[in-house]
Every structure is written in C-alpha cells, then in structure tokens.
Design a protein around this ligand. Structure first.
Ligand SMILES: O=P(O)(O)OP(=O)(O)OP(=O)(O)OC[C@H]1O[C@@H](n2cnc3c(O)ncnc32)[C@H](O)[C@@H]1O
Ligand SMILES: [Mg+2]
Length: 198
C-alpha cells in the first residue's frame, strides 16, 4: 500500500486540519498543502465527491505525495439543500460571520420544525495525482439551525447548528466531543477502516 506516515491535506481551512489530525492521532502526520502553495483550486464540481477528488488531485500534483481532501458543507432542508457545496462561498467569500448572518436571514420566521439540516463531509484520498480509484468516504450529521449563534468552539456554521443528541450547539461541544460525533468524524471512521488503521 502507500506510505501513510505523511499525508498532504488538500485544504486551506485550519479548522479542518485541526479536527482531522486529532482524529488520526500520531500514526499519520497531516501536512497542509499551504506549505507548498497558497493558491486554492477552483471548486468547479457539482457535488461534494467531485470537489473532494479535484482538491486531492491538485494537492498530490503539487506536493508529489498522497493527498487527502475534505469537501464538506451544510445542507438545509428548508433551502432545498443549500448552501451545500457552496457553503464556504454562501456570502460571496465574505467569511464565516457573513455566511452565518445570511443563513439566519434566509430562515427568518421559519418555525423550528422546518429548520432541519445536515452537515455533510466527503473525504477523498488519492495515492497520486492521476489515481484512477480514489478512496471515498462520506459522513452525515443531522441537526437543526438555531435562531441565533451560540458557542465559541469549532468553525464555520458550528454556532448555528443544534445537536439534538447533546442538546447544545456544535460550537458549544468541546473539540473532543465534536470529533466523536460529527460528519467529519463519521467519514474519518470509515476511512480508517478502509486503510486498516483500526
Ligand atoms: O476547500 P478547503 O480548502 O478544504 O476549505 P473550505 O473552508 O473552502 O472548505 P469547503 O470548500 O469544503 O467548504 C466547507 C464549508 O462548509 C462549512 N463546514 C464544513 N464543515 C464544517 C464544520 O465541521 N463545522 C462548521 N462548518 C463547517 C464551512 O463553512 C466550510 O467553509
Ligand atoms: Mg473550499
């Protein structure tokens, strides 16, 4: 198999790097693609899977190492699954706070029963840039969109995501707790099984 001591993470998102490295533990060192390039590839795919593969290939091409990508987002029922693959760009690249404000506004006056949402995470691992058989793993996390932000942990939409099984927002979970139950944790669990790491 491939040498998994070092894996390039095809992401410029520090929150993802932290979470994924914590889940992997010491067995695999994740190195951010930011060490090689600050340029983010355009995410032109129409699905999480396509974008994850595109980012992984790009990082592997640049670094010459096997690469792992995470394409993720928030799919809101009332919005027909939006912002979905456009979650990072929902407020036109103005960042997390603007994304959250736009989402709250889009759900203004929407009753609790219709505020269901899921976080989605697709992990793609390529052994090399032209790998014809990327390893793909997916994880979902069901919850609800709050009417106001709450909590300081995590990143992105975490302050707006109510976690029914814990009765707190995702940003109120400790990092250790989030990493046990999140969409990313579920996808990583499958990946570790696929790689024989557990
Ligand atoms: O593409 P890379 O460089 O990995 O970084 P990114 O932030 O652009 O990542 P995505 O394209 O996958 O977009 C995912 C967005 O979905 C949101 N998101 C994903 N996982 C999340 C999580 O665990 N908690 C909160 N928000 C999350 C957050 O807004 C992210 O910016
Ligand atoms: Mg992105």
């Amino acid at each position: 198999m491939m040498n998994l001591k070092q894996l390039v993470l095809a992401s410029h998102n520090a929150g993802k790097l932290k979470e994924l490295q914590a889940m992997l533990g010491d067995s695999v060192q994740l190195r951010s693609i930011g060490e090689w390039s600050k340029v983010e590839p355009e995410e032109t795919g129409l699905s999480f899977v396509e974008n994850a593969i595109l980012k992984a290939r790009n990082a592997s091409r640049i670094s010459g190492l096997p690469a792992l990508a995470d394409d993720s987002g928030l799919a809101v029922d009332f919005l027909g699954g939006a912002p979905g693959i456009y979650s990072a760009r929902y407020a036109d690249g103005k960042g997390d706070a603007a994304n959250n404000a736009k989402l709250l506004d889009a759900l203004k006056d929407v009753p609790q029963a219709e505020r269901g949402a899921q976080f989605v995470c697709v992990l793609a691992l390529v052994r090399h840039a032209d790998d014809p058989l990327p390893i793909l793993c997916e994880g979902l996390w069901h919850g609800r969109i709050l009417t106001a932000a709450s909590g300081e942990h995590g990143f992105g939409y975490d302050p707006l995501f109510w976690v029914p099984e814990r009765e707190v927002s995702s940003a109120e979970l400790s990092p250790v707790d989030k990493n046990q139950i999140s969409h990313r944790a579920r996808a990583m669990d499958l990946l570790r099984q696929r790689l024989g790491l557990k």
